[in-house]
Design a protein around this ligand. Structure first.
Ligand code: CP
Ligand code: NVA
Length: 314
């Protein structure tokens, strides 16, 4: 096996929320991800003989491909378990699934409707469980996003970051991870669609310790003013399709178009976890502009998740 040069301080066994990892650990993870990105050949054999079970209750392009390519590019393998038709726990209990999987594979990546299912998998298996998106959060996404911003701006402390739209799973993870990295996170949502107050107060505590700042606002204009990064996500997440029409009306003011984006810093970047809906949450003139870094975010899912796999599985 080639030497793995960059190392990360010992981390919690699972990545369920992102709050398991402190600022130093996240910074170590980013160093490892940068090394993997710069010299992927050095990690070619780093996970030989290691296997992942990938349980997906919802569709995926980025998360599935980046985990499968990520582990294969380090010598390991992934087994995809399609649960988009039947929820996990229907054929046999989550407990029994966990107890079986730990006998065969070295880690579980799971995308689930209910976050508690991830907790149940983690409680009942000795192998790492990685959250590939739940109703509550999307930590792999936020880690890749802040890695992308660090590449772009050279540092994150005090960076003005605006999230516009639904206070959803992605928003929660951006708050959780951003607070630990000292980012100034402003979130603007319609009334009734704010991020969970428990996530916000945990983020505020961490922001205070790391010289960051968290602001929860109503006005998208106020949130983007002077921002160096403007981020949005879909208005109706997977599983909320029946609310889509109602949400289109409620969120109309949160549409990121050239007028709104123009109030950010002149060198601001536009970000989106994807998939995106042009004409709903973002205008084509913004997401397809040179200031958009959405495909850098997608690329970095691969490098950051390879670092996560190396940290938890090797
Ligand atoms: N951003 C993201 O997680 O994309 P997928 O739903 O395609 O995995
Ligand atoms: N909030 C979105 C993110 C997709 C990556 C959803 O949950 O569908």
């Amino acid at each position: 096996m080639n030497a793995v040069v960059a190392t990360v301080p010992a981390l919690a066994n699972d990545l369920l929320v992102g709050s398991e990892w402190g600022p130093e650990q996240v910074r170590g993870l980013f160093q490892l991800a940068a090394d993997i990105k710069a010299r992927p050949e050095h990690y070619r054999s780093a996970l030989v003989g290691r296997f992942l079970a990938m349980i997906f209750e919802k569709p995926s392009l980025r998360t599935r491909v980046t985990f499968e390519v990520g582990i294969a590019s380090m010598g390991g393998g992934a087994v995809f378990l399609d649960h988009t038709q039947a929820r996990l726990g229907e054929r046999e209990s989550v407990h029994d699934v966990a107890k079986n999987l730990e006998r065969w594979v070295q880690g579980i990546v799971a995308r689930v409707f209910e976050h508690t299912v991830l907790e149940e998998l983690a409680e009942n298996s000795s192998i790492p469980v990685i959250n590939a998106l739940s109703d509550r959060c999307h930590p792999c996404q936020a880690l890749a996003d802040f890695f992308t911003l660090e590449e772009r701006f050279g540092g994150l402390r005090g960076l003005k970051f605006a999230y516009i739209g639904d206070g959803n799973n992605v928003c929660h993870s951006l708050l959780t991870v951003g607070a630990r990295l000292g980012v100034h996170v402003r979130v603007a949502t319609p009334a009734g669609y704010e991020p969970d107050p428990a996530v916000v107060s945990e983020a505020r505590r961490n922001a205070r310790e790391n010289r960051g700042k968290i602001e929860i606002l109503r006005s998208p204009e106020e949130a983007v003013t002077g921002a160096q990064a403007v981020y949005t996500d879909v208005w109706a997440s997977m599983g909320q399709e029946n609310e889509a029409a109602e949400r289109e009306a409620i969120f109309a003011r949160y549409h990121v178009n050239r007028r709104l984006f123009g109030q950010a810093d002149a060198n601001a970047v536009f970000m989106h976890c994807l998939p995106a809906h042009r004409a709903s949450e973002v205008a084509a003139e913004v997401i397809d502009s040179p200031q958009s870094i959405v495909f850098d975010q997608s690329e970095n899912r691969l490098h950051v998740q390879k670092a996560i796999l190396l940290t938890l599985l090797s």
